[in-house]
Design a protein around this ligand. Structure first.
Ligand SMILES: NC(=O)c1ccc[n+]([C@@H]2O[C@H](COP(=O)([O-])OP(=O)(O)OC[C@H]3O[C@@H](n4cnc5c(N)ncnc54)[C@H](O)[C@@H]3O)[C@@H](O)[C@H]2O)c1
Length: 121
């Protein structure tokens, strides 16, 4: 015979609540955006872009044009390495960032007149 319970406390559900976080996308299907393709951002975008979809964004249109020609003036990434990043899209069009699910921001740190990092919001 089933046991009756008088305990009215809410029962803990063993079912996981739906994940509402921006990271609910399965890691393998996440689309990365790397914002700022300088010394730090470009090698990162190229490394990820060998294996998965990456949107590489920079506000500097000349930088994007150079990278599309396979040239990196920072010397961090070679032409063949850029070419090997088959899943990397290079753009200066901010609208394309809407297609990403994970954003990695690698833009310069703002500094004050004494060259100290300005970490204000
Ligand atoms: N370079 C290093 O060795 C190093 C080491 C540790 C930390 N960092 C940090 O990493 C960050 C990036 O440094 P970096 O050396 O790659 O800088 P960088 O100047 O080489 O590159 C920054 C890139 O960001 C682009 N950019 C600037 N504003 C932008 C915006 N609003 N949207 C999109 N793109 C924008 C620029 O056009 C440039 O191409 C900084 O915060 C820096 O402090 C750098």
């Amino acid at each position: 015979m089933p046991q009756q319970t008088t305990d009215s406390a809410p029962q803990q559900s063993t079912q996981a609540a739906p994940d509402q976080s921006p990271f609910s996308t399965a890691p393998e299907s996440a689309v990365l955006a790397v914002v700022g393709l300088g010394y730090v951002g470009l090698p990162l975008a190229v490394a990820f872009g060998r294996r998965r979809k990456v949107i590489g964004f920079d506000i500097n249109a000349r930088r994007i044009a150079q990278l599309k020609r396979g040239e990196d003036h920072t010397g961090e990434v070679s032409g063949p390495d850029l070419a090997a990043a088959k899943h990397l899209t290079l753009t200066d069009d901010a609208a394309e960032l809407a297609g990403a699910t994970v954003y990695i921001v690698t833009v310069p740190t703002p500094v004050d007149e004494h060259q100290r990092p300005d970490l204000s919001p």
